[in-house]
Design a protein around this ligand. Sequence first.
Ligand code: MN
Length: 285
Amino acid sequence: MRLASTLDARLHALLGDRAVDLTDALDLVPGAGGPLLSFLERGGTLDELRSLDLDTLPARAAGALRLAAPLARPGKVVGAPVNYLDHKAEMGEQRTIADYGVFLKASSSVIGHGGLIRLPYTDVRTDHEGELGVVIGREASRVPAERALEHVFGYVPLLDITVRSGEDRSTRKSFDTFTPIGPWVTTADEVPDPGSLELRCWVGAELRQRASTADLIYGVAELIAYTSHVMTLHPGDVIATGTPAGVGPVAAGDQVAVEIEGLGRLEVGVSDERAIAYATRPGQR
Ligand code: MN
């Protein structure tokens, strides 16, 4: 099932060109995180979604939906550094997750399909990183890799936007608008193998990244096993699984798109409207 949150805080199942509104049937009371997060936080499952008789629910044309981020404010967004061999090489990295562990991105950095990445600095490079996003569906604490996929609710295209400056990753990747996700979440039952998906990322018409998730150094199950050994993963948490080679700068006016086989195509714009010179940022002394 493809699940889309809309700007009017409704949750929809997308069935071809039809969008079925699940909000009332699921008794959802969306908070700041939107309707899908409310559903997951109250223990909603795929089985519950499957029990709905979609033909009896209100529907409208899918093309008329005004999409929001499928999860507007996840409990946490976990990131995987250096998780494709070709990206490791292009960054001149010797180390991987085995050395770095994982990092956190602020959940306030999430935007949805059609949103706008806001560049913070006029004179420091900001890069796109196209990634597979994993949405947790069931609490995970110290789960072994063999059971890790049981904790996945679904998958979503994601951009891990990153400033190439000297600060810690959690700062460079947490600016507002730096975690576009969407356009919708595809439930895990429709993704038999998250380790064999084609991922492509464009800036304008230029194809910048093309890879298979088969080339992940730490696959989805291993990432969940490692991360849940450090921190409990809660329903609605998101894992950004890492980016392949081809990362590069984005500039004001660009359209950035990431498309993952079977999961849809996420597109966002780029603006420098409130960008400042790096040397004039607050906190300099
Ligand atoms: Mn990344």
